[in-house]
Write a protein that binds this ligand. Structure first.
Ligand SMILES: *[C@@H]1O[C@H](CO)[C@@H](O)[C@H](O)[C@H]1NC(C)=O
Length: 155
């Protein structure tokens, strides 16, 4: 069963990745994209907090995927620039129990169009509550000097 579920998951992932046209964002390009989408100050979180979080979650790789394993069983996956989790926030083919609060397909978070990622991130920060939803924000961004994430970007 575990093997079967693992194979199914790799198949799903292979399909998702094959259909994906992701890219590595340049830091200031990402800052501008986030700003244009209204993330600067959203729920009180500044632009640099979002860029910092994206850096430590995905290193700006819009097609980043990480699977969360438990004893050979795939529990869920984290997708895209913000590593949005399939158990809580998006729809995929293999996560058996899911909250699916954004109502979007996880695979849609892997392309270079960040519109849906940002829309879901806004839901997450509103519902969770706050950016505590991202471990990277809590451990590596919050209350630390994040100026370097927007330095020189003219944002
Ligand atoms: C971006 O993520 C994808 C999916 O995990 C991976 O295949 C690719 O190598 C990554 N790109 C870089 C430059 O790390």
């Amino acid at each position: 069963m575990a093997l079967k579920s693992r194979m199914l998951m790799f198949l799903t992932l292979a399909i998702v990745l094959a259909a994906t046209d992701g890219k590595i964002f340049e830091r200031c390009e990402l800052a501008r994209t986030f700003k244009a989408a209204g993330l600067d100050g959203f729920k009180g979180y500044s632009l640099k907090e979002w860029v910092c979080t994206a850096f430590y979650e995905s290193t700006y790789n819009s097609s980043a995927v990480n699977i969360n394993w438990n004893g050979g069983k795939a529990l869920s996956m984290d997708c895209g620039i913000f590593q949005i989790n399939s158990f809580w926030w998006c729809l995929d083919a293999f996560t058996s129990v899911t909250k699916r609060n954004c109502g979007m397909a996880c695979g849609d978070f892997l392309d270079d169009d960040l519109t849906d990622d940002i829309k879901c991130a806004k839901s997450i920060v509103t519902l969770h509550p706050g950016m505590k939803a991202w471990v990277a924000w809590s451990t590596r961004c919050n209350q630390q000097n994040m100026e370097r994430f927007v330095a020189g970007c003219n944002v």
